[in-house]
Design a protein around this ligand. Structure first.
Ligand code: C5P
Length: 233
């Protein structure tokens, strides 16, 4: 099931290994700062050996030279997708693309727009709404040449209309039911797919559940429902 990316935000190697083992039928795993710091590059190597695809979510946001070299290093590790903050600006984003091209990698560069844990009140210093910010950032990323964006389910429908495939839309903040945590702009798996998500990213609803396999199976079932109803309202 290539649409579902399971995030490995676990704080021990054993726990990460257990989830990867359990979910061997999943193609894509997300390696963010938590598993990367716990495991190091060994995790990327191990996942690749298992034939898995890797979404390296280190959300680069730094001066252009640093981001360019970071992207180069990540591409050389053979990751399939990586993230950077579009807010880093044109020079940073274009340097990242240059870095990827210099090593001739196929890695997809995805831009972070506005984190799904943020609501208007969290960024009351901003002069435009979250929706406007997401849209402006996505447009800039698209024009500067990135391969896709990470966005919330809330903005997904209008972004999909404006930026058709193959521009990738990766959607975190996936929730099956009402759950109290830091994610505020959430969507169900079926709605995300129906509204045009190429990938959904799920973490806690899977690895914190009593039965991660069952939880992923339920998500996959929902994704299929979403695919079947695509194009409808
Ligand atoms: O546990 P949960 O399902 O909320 O995990 C979502 C994952 O997606 C986390 O690893 C988080 O870092 C990531 N993410 C996000 N919002 C973004 C980009 C990535 O939640 N805008």
């Amino acid at each position: 099931m290539s649409k579902v990316i399971v995030s490995l935000d676990l704080e021990s190697k054993e726990k990460i290994d257990r989830i990867v083992e359990m979910l061997d039928f999943i193609e894509y795993f997300k390696v963010g700062p938590i598993p990367y710091l716990v495991y190091g590059n060994e995790l990327i190597e191990k996942l690749k050996k298992r034939g898995k695809k890797i979404f390296l979510d280190l959300k680069f946001f730094d001066i252009p030279n640093t981001v360019k070299k970071s992207v180069k290093c990540a591409c050389l590790k053979g990751v399939d997708m990586l993230t950077l903050h579009i807010m880093g600006g044109e020079e940073m984003v274009k340097s990242a693309i240059e870095g990827k091209n210099e090593v001739g990698a196929e890695t997809k560069i995805l831009g972070i727009t506005v984190l799904t844990s943020l609501k208007e009140k969290d960024i009351d210093f901003a002069t435009s709404s979250i929706r406007e910010m997401v849209f402006k950032l996505a447009e800039r990323g698209y024009n500067w040449g990135i391969d896709g964006i990470v966005c919330s389910g809330e903005e997904l429908p209008f972004l999909r209309k404006k930026f058709p495939s193959p521009f990738l839309m990766v959607v975190p903040g996936i929730r099956m039911e009402e759950r109290k945590d830091d994610q505020k702009r959430v969507i169900t798996p079926s709605m995300a797919v129906k509204k045009g998500a190429d990938f959904i990213v799920v973490g806690r609803p899977v690895y914190e559940s009593e039965n991660p396999v069952k939880s992923v199976e339920r998500i996959i079932k929902e994704v299929k429902i979403g695919e079947e109803s695509m194009g409808g309202d």
